[in-house]
Ligand binder design. Sequence first.
Ligand SMILES: [Zn+2]
Length: 98
Amino acid sequence: MHITEFKSWKHNKEQATFSKFITDRVMAKINHLKSKQFYYCHRSYSYRKKGSDIREIKSMGTNKIGGVCPSMLKVTILKCDETEKVHVKYWKTHCGHP
Ligand SMILES: [Zn+2]
């Protein structure tokens, strides 16, 4: 898919799971045409703007099995002419939230 499609797809997933996919490292460049990046599910993303909801979100983030959500994205970006094509492998199993 195109990189703009990927961005809106990722945004939709974040909205649906009340979380955010974050990356903790810079994009690994494999060669001049290919790079790879991992995104991890980060649940403390405050999807609601109201201050009164902050406590609720924090309690949601306290997970009985350690608080780590195993869902992640492995993203490979291929440069093709002037466009960037994105391949996504998606581990969709979330822990402790939708
Ligand atoms: Zn998750």
